[in-house]
Ligand binder design. Structure first.
Ligand code: SAM
Length: 239
């Protein structure tokens, strides 16, 4: 099977039908990723099919169980090279997205790549979750927050829940074993105004990889003292 078929069929399996334009946006993104990766550390995975499966399809897996057409504003916390925010934006062009990372050079890459792909309504923000979460421009402004491979849930809730409107959703893309993290994160979730809704196990197409997606509802406002100052959530998680 060629890589294009993997992208198109794999997306279909996840419930997404890609147009030719969307397919070419994914390929352009791939080209930019491997080109910039020679100058800066963006991804350890560079082989075409592997990027399609382990980055692109992986980032689209929440679509199996979550209807992105119900949301307008999305923030991707600790997006790195744009995961999962950019694949989701390509698949759901109606989304207004904010990509956040604490590394300036990654933000520069994201600005160039989103401009090159012609993606509209994308804001690339350099900053730490702990600081932006106290900024009224971003605080409790989003319908949806997504995050992949950034921190344990007990820490991640403090990085993400302050950005979500009451009634909004947080989707955490996690590895196969999330049970312990969920247990450990219970107190932080409660303190920060979140409520666990469901955890789904997903089989990644064209691989033997399974992973979990944790869906949290933002049930109440986050108390104003959270997020705490930079470094504090990871040094002293709310447990
Ligand atoms: N989400 C991407 C992915 O799945 O490929 C990147 C994952 S990478 C392991 C973690 C990213 O989170 C890094 O780019 C790092 O700079 C960013 N990050 C870590 N802590 C952060 C914080 N407190 N605020 C904003 N970004 C943070």
């Amino acid at each position: 099977m060629d890589s294009k078929e993997m992208l198109v069929q794999g997306s279909k399996e996840l419930g997404i039908v890609l147009s030719d334009e969307q397919v070419s946006q994914f390929y352009q993104y791939y080209q930019e990723l491997v080109t910039w990766n020679q100058k800066m550390n963006l991804t350890a995975i560079t082989e075409e099919k592997e990027v399609i499966v382990k980055h692109f399809l992986d980032c689209l897996t929440p679509a199996v169980n979550f209807d992105f057409t119900t949301c307008t504003t999305l923030i991707d916390m600790g997006t790195g090279a744009g995961f999962p925010g950019i694949p989701l934006k390509i698949a759901y062009p109606h989304l207004k997205i904010t990509l956040v990372d604490s590394l300036q050079k990654r933000i520069h890459f994201l600005q160039e790549v989103t401009k090159g792909l012609g993606l509209e309504n994308v804001e690339c923000v350099h900053g730490r979750a702990e600081e932006l979460g106290q900024n009224s421009i971003y605080r409790e402004q989003y319908d949806l927050c997504v995050s992949r491979a950034v921190a344990h849930l007990s820490v991640l809730y403090e990085y993400t829940l302050p950005f979500i409107k009451t009634g909004g959703v947080f989707l955490a893309l996690k590895g196969p074993n999330v049970k312990e993290e969920l247990e450990e994160g219970k107190k932080a979730l409660q303190v920060l105004g979140g409520q666990w809704k469901q955890t789904w196990i997903i089989s990644l197409p064209y691989s033997d990889i399974t992973h979990s997606i944790v869906q949290i509802k933002k049930a109440r406002h986050t108390p104003t003292q959270y997020p705490r100052k930079a470094g504090k959530p990871s040094k002293s998680p709310i447990i």
